[in-house]
Write a protein that binds this ligand. Structure first.
Ligand code: GLY
Ligand code: MN
Ligand code: MN
Length: 373
């Protein structure tokens, strides 16, 4: 089991009650939830095999049932004491069988998650159910983070902040070390500062490698005059942090200062555009237009940011093609970059929460151009 850290338990029953409203709106009698992250969000269960059935009408939750396999008998009892638990290896098929026995009628399934093969298996069970696609319903609920979730995001961001501070204090970023050595030390330090896991593959990119947005650390050696791009995050209680800082080893050259200032200005514009009611595409445009005005639009080769929570990448997307508008309580990243192939690049990334009075910054490491002597 992972990651409760003594924090109070979220109100899972309230989350399922909110889901019930969506089920009514979508005209289904029940939802078969098979995405494990969604199951965690709705019940607290963190095992690697589960399926969940939530009824639209069952406010007493007599029929809400979670199914997992024998490895998790103890864990499901501890983590989900409030729901009926079934034990079966083929957890989703067992839930479909039960829904059939209970003559449920229209059962929504997470069509963005269920494979074609699994769907065939459900249909072949011949339970008399009407299985209807019901994608992204729990994800809608997950968009806005409650205080419990923000607290965990804050802790994950703090672990990453502390790890970088310790790395710099120790002189861990210096010419002669390799990208791999720095990456492993940064990861070790995140664990030392409370991480239960790394949030994603740590990126350490030095010199020309910093122009590769998702460079994987190699044995390339850090050298004086290099940009060093560090993109890393910690996971705490299932929640991810995501931060990028680009530093310079020694005195920056004029082009390095110029590109850094440009990305800094774009990132600031992106952060300042984060307000409830603003279109996601407009947030991207706020930052992108700064880079375009400097003539480098084609070097900003990715979207501005993404939602972050129980997954490192989740809704909403901040991109040219982004849809929808922001809501207060949405957690996301703002991470513009400008990359000169073969030469070097800069990305600056924060994790923030959208708030009425301006975004709440969770990654607190300075964004001033940091010169490592
Ligand atoms: N490191 C993954 C990202 O920034 O999206
Ligand atoms: Mn990142
Ligand atoms: Mn990111």
């Amino acid at each position: 089991m992972s990651g409760d850290h003594g924090a109070p338990r979220p109100d899972y029953a309230a989350r399922r009650a909110a889901l019930r409203n969506l089920l009514v709106e979508n005209g289904v009698d029940a939802l078969l939830v098979t995405d494990l992250v969604n199951i965690r969000y709705l019940t607290g269960f963190t095992g690697s095999n589960a399926a969940l059935l939530v009824y639209s009408w069952d406010t007493a939750e007599d029929r809400t049932v979670i199914c997992t396999d024998g490895r998790y008998i103890t864990q499901v009892g501890e983590q989900v004491p409030d729901l009926r638990a079934e034990i079966a290896r083929a957890s989703a098929r067992r839930i479909v069988e039960l829904a059939g026995e209970w003559q449920t009628g229209r059962v929504g399934f997470e069509s963005h998650v269920v494979t074609v093969e699994e769907h065939h298996a459900f249909v072949e069970q011949g339970t008399g159910l009407e299985l209807v696609p019901a994608p992204h319903l729990v994800e809608q609920l997950r968009l806005v983070k409650d205080a419990y979730e923000v607290e965990r995001l804050r802790a994950a961001c703090a672990a990453a902040d502390a790890a970088l501070a310790t790395l710099l204090e120790r002189g861990g970023l210096r010419p002669g070390r390799t990208e791999r050595q720095v990456a492993r030390e940064l990861e070790w330090l995140m664990f030392e500062h409370g991480a239960e896991a790394v949030a994603f593959e740590t990126i350490v990119a030095t010199g020309a490698n910093s122009a590769v947005p998702h460079h994987r650390p190699t044995d390339a050696v850090l050298a004086a005059g290099d940009f060093v791009k560090l993109d890393f995050g910690a996971k705490i209680g299932g929640y991810h942090s995501d931060m990028t800082r680009t530093l310079v080893l020694g005195e920056p050259s004029d082009w390095q200062r110029e590109v850094y200032e440009l990305v800094y200005a774009a990132q600031k514009a992106g952060r300042e555009a984060l307000k409830p009611g603003v279109a996601c595409a407009d947030v991207d445009a706020a930052a992108r237009s700064v880079i375009e005005a400097a003539g480098h639009g084609e070097l900003f080769v990715h979207g501005l940011g993404h939602g972050v929570g129980l997954r490192i990448h989740e809704a909403p997307g901040l991109a040219k093609t982004g849809t929808g508008t922001l809501l207060g309580g949405v957690a996301l990243t703002v991470e513009p970059g400008v990359y000169f192939p073969g030469r070097g690049g800069v990305r600056i990334e924060d994790t923030l929460v959208v708030r009425d009075g301006g975004p709440e910054l969770l990654t607190l490491t300075s964004k001033e151009l940091t010169v490592v002597d």
